[in-house]
Design a protein around this ligand. Structure first.
Ligand SMILES: Cc1cc2nc3c(=O)[nH]c(=O)nc-3n(C[C@H](O)[C@H](O)[C@H](O)COP(=O)(O)O)c2cc1C
Length: 203
């Protein structure tokens, strides 16, 4: 019981403009959490596939609308899986639970956590905004102190522009289940082969 109370303890700190930030830094006692949304489509399928590939590390898998954002603080390593559902207004999209989750996420501090992002998109219909949502998510993760890992070279992708680019690379793993579903599994395997040594210290 005492341990449970300690684990749930949230430390509140005020930032420079007086907002309260939640810090559970000392309590990142679990290895790997995979968080995804929305449910029932390509993101869901990919999140389950990633969990299956990482089964040796017994990751926990959560639909974000089923949990409070503070649960992220329990994990040393995080994999966030999202899609882009709006050409310019991904943040406003009603169908996607990520926007409201992200506004709450901004009250957390993710220092010390490694965060890898997977973004579903469509490189044919949305070539100018390919996996934009991944870039928006990455900006927020960085802003709250998370260490982004798992970048991907653009060499294997055809697109015009993306908000998910950092120094000429994708900030996470882009996947296109609409037009390149046959490549998804190999892309995940290759990505994980680079990612796992990076996460290893924490696994
Ligand atoms: C209304 C709508 C808007 C979309 N906008 C984008 C976009 O801006 N960029 C992109 O790469 N893909 C875009 N897509 C493609 C989706 O991200 C892609 O189909 C994804 O696999 C959907 O995942 P889900 O089935 O889990 O929602 C859009 C799809 C829809 C239906």
């Amino acid at each position: 019981m005492k341990q449970e109370q300690q684990r749930e303890h949230l430390q509140l700190k005020a930032d420079l403009i007086g907002n309260y930030l939640i810090d559970k830094m000392c309590d990142a006692y679990k290895q790997l959490g995979i968080f995804y949304a929305p449910s029932g489509g390509n993101v869901h399928k990919v999140a389950r596939l990633i969990k299956q590939k990482l089964i040796d590390f017994t990751p926990d898998l959560f639909l974000i609308s089923d949990v409070q954002p503070s649960i992220l603080l329990d994990y040393q390593n995080l994999i966030l899986v999202s899609s882009t559902l709006g050409r310019n207004t991904w943040e406003m999209e009603q169908r996607d639970p990520w926007p409201s989750f992200l506004s709450q996420l901004q009250r957390l501090q993710l220092q010390g956590r490694k965060v890898a992002i997977v973004g579903l998109g469509d490189h044919v219909s949305y070539a100018n905004n390919f996996v934009d949502g991944m870039g928006i998510l990455a900006d927020i993760v960085e802003k709250i102190g998370g260490e982004l890992v798992g970048e991907t070279s653009t060499i294997d992708y055809v697109f015009n522009d993306s908000r998910a680019l950092r120094d000429g690379k994708f900030v996470g793993l882009p996947l296109d289940e609409d037009y390149e579903s046959e490549r998804t599994e190999a892309r995940i395997e290759q990505w994980l082969s680079h990612l796992l040594p990076i996460l290893k210290g924490n696994l």
